[in-house]
Design a protein around this ligand. Structure first.
Ligand code: NAI
Length: 531
């Protein structure tokens, strides 16, 4: 069950004076090119800029554990069972025939990156994303976690009704070895009342400080018992309601720690888990939409230089929307309204049928077109400018609604119906309707893997500004490079959120390439356009 630490050989070596390989590190120079724009009376004055950086990546991947909060749910059990199926090469029968385990749906394991062209033929060469830098293999993750439901994992997998019977049958003995989820914290006010019946595996008491210490001890014990270098703590439990942001309670790191000590009612379970991971120096990723990262939690992560990432897995409808809305707006077409309807019948859907939990999801699904709209003021009027030059409101925006309904019969097979109603040339109208049916947990599980593996990698990358006399330092605490897999990406406070899926992927690709000294993704392909 517990694999040993791995150091995989490199698939790629870059031969350049900008890339150095030592036993311990890959160090690469990177020229960050940008431009500064000054706007005066409608005129844009642009000054190209360049800053030299070095990235240093530790070559040995950490022996990594993944501790999921909500391990007994659909995502948690599907993730455990599919990793075990891959690890033990379990093949199973479906009505279509024999099925092999795989990692389809994982950007890291099932997609490729263009790294250059073959000399002579000019043929493009693509490699798996996971070959660019040393990364943990999903089969090597050590699995564990918490759930308020104490059902053993092989039974919880059955309850989830996601995987084929023949796979469940064969993987069950392996799942049984993972045992029962660790007891968790349950504050009924934060998730839907309809979840109460499964809350039978709880850390006793009401003292939030004691709960925090319990969770921290769980993380330490798991790390020690499995001889791990790194534990990624991952929230894939039910969607909580939003926490109110209250000055003096959760607005600063110190206030948040004091609020936990005082067992303040507005500290949610997910925030408590995040604080536990931050204080243990282990990364925390939030796969659900609630505002786990209250300002005090972000400040705490900054103070401890612990890594955090979120929010909410971007599996189906939102992923498509971030592509489609960008396509329309970049084509010069003006979406007037986007109406999204979902229905699903799994436990997530049951939880989301409660108003306050739905609200969290609605917020996380709603901002996905904002940056595309803001980037095109030819189509959408900019906000009016107030007395001190400050914009008033958000400016023109398409109508955007999100509806989610619980329909038990469809189980984990979520249906998403989207209508894009747009203005086209000279007053014309275009309507695009999309019906998207997807097995929710089979889309979400590879995202959890990608997020975990990328997060582990990003803990091994350091950077320094060349010429500033700086030592290598870790990346900023909020890992916005994870945005591709997240619906409402958490970014450094004060910086803009990029929702465009293409830009998110380019950022990730460019970063991974920069770490080995390769220029970003150039689609210029100049050599194909000149004599
Ligand atoms: P699920 O309802 O099957 O699993 C959630 C699990 O969390 C349950 O086993 C529940 O007992 C447990 N839980 C609730 N509160 C807990 C706590 N305080 N501590 C420990 N365990 C707790 O839901 P599913 O489908 O696995 O989704 C998980 C989360 O991921 C949800 O918040 C969902 O909105 C989010 N998500 C799922 C996507 C998908 O496609 N499946 C996509 C995007 C987000």
């Amino acid at each position: 069950i517990h694999p040993t630490a791995v150091r995989r050989p490199h698939a790629i070596t870059v031969q350049s004076e900008n890339t150095l390989y030592s036993d311990e590190h890959i160090t690469a120079k990177f020229f960050n090119r940008g431009s500064e724009v000054t706007v005066t009376d409608g005129h844009f004055s642009v000054k190209p800029t360049v800053q030299e950086y070095e990235f240093q990546t530790k070559r040995a991947v950490s022996k990594t554990g993944l501790m999921m909060i909500g391990i007994g749910g659909n995502n948690g059990t599907t993730l455990c069972a599919t990793i075990l199926a891959n690890r033990h090469n379990i093949i199973w029968h479906t009505k279509e025939g024999i099925q092999q385990p795989n990692y389809i749906g994982s950007v890291l394991r099932a997609s490729t990156v263009r790294i250059g062209t073959e000399p002579g033929s000019g043929k493009e060469v693509h490699v798996p994303v996971s070959d660019i830098l040393p990364m943990v293999h999903p089969n090597d993750l050590v699995l564990g976690g918490w759930d308020i439901s104490g059902v053993p994992l092989e039974k919880a997998m059955k309850r989830s009704k996601v995987l084929d019977y023949d796979l469940q049958r064969q993987v069950a003995p392996h799942m049984a070895l993972l045992g029962k989820p660790l007891p968790s914290i349950y504050y009924p006010d934060f998730i839907a009342a309809n979840q109460e019946a499964r809350a039978d595996n709880l850390i006793p008491g009401e003292d939030k400080q004691a709960h925090l210490e319990h969770i921290r001890a769980d993380i330490r014990k798991f790390k020690q018992e499995n001889d791990l270098d790194r534990v990624v703590v991952f929230w894939t439990a039910n969607t909580e309601r939003y926490s109110d942001i209250i000055p003096g309670v959760n607005d600063t790191a110190d206030n948040l720690l004091a609020a936990i000590k005082a067992s303040h009612s507005e500290v949610s379970p997910s925030t408590l888990f995040a604080v536990a991971a931050i204080l243990e120096g282990e990364p925390f990723v939030n796969g659900a939409p609630q505002n786990t990262f209250v300002p005090g939690a972000i400040e705490l992560a900054e103070k401890h230089q612990s890594f955090i990432g979120g929010d909410d897995l971007k599996s189906g409808q939102t992923k498509l929307k971030s592509v489609l809305a960008e396509f329309l707006v970049n084509a010069g077409i003006k979406p007037l309204s986007i109406a999204s309807y979902n229905h699903l019948g799994n436990n997530d859907g049951h939880n989301l049928s409660a108003e306050r939990q739905f609200k969290s999801k609605e917020i996380s699904k709603s901002s996905v077109v904002d940056d595309m709209v803001d980037a095109n003021r030819l189509l959408y009027k900019a906000p009016a400018v107030g007395p001190k030059g400050v914009p008033v409101g958000k400016g023109e925006h398409p109508d955007h609604i999100v509806v989610i309904k619980y329909v038990p019969a469809v189980g984990d097979s979520k249906r998403a119906i989207d209508e894009y109603y747009s203005e086209i040339f000279c007053g014309g109208r275009s309507t695009i309707n999309i019906f998207n049916e997807c097995e929710d947990s089979l889309l979400a599980t590879p995202l959890i893997l990608d997020l975990t593996i990328l997060t582990e990698l990003l803990t091994r990358v350091k950077y320094r500004k060349v010429g500033a006399g700086q030592d290598f330092a870790p990346l900023y605490a909020v890992l916005s490079l994870l945005s591709y897999m997240l619906k409402a990406p958490l970014v450094k406070p004060g910086t803009e959120v990029v929702n465009s899926l293409n830009r998110q992927r380019n950022a990730l690709e460019s970063f991974l390439k920069a770490c080995i000294g390769l220029e970003g993704n150039s689609d210029l392909l100049l050599e194909t356009r000149i004599w």
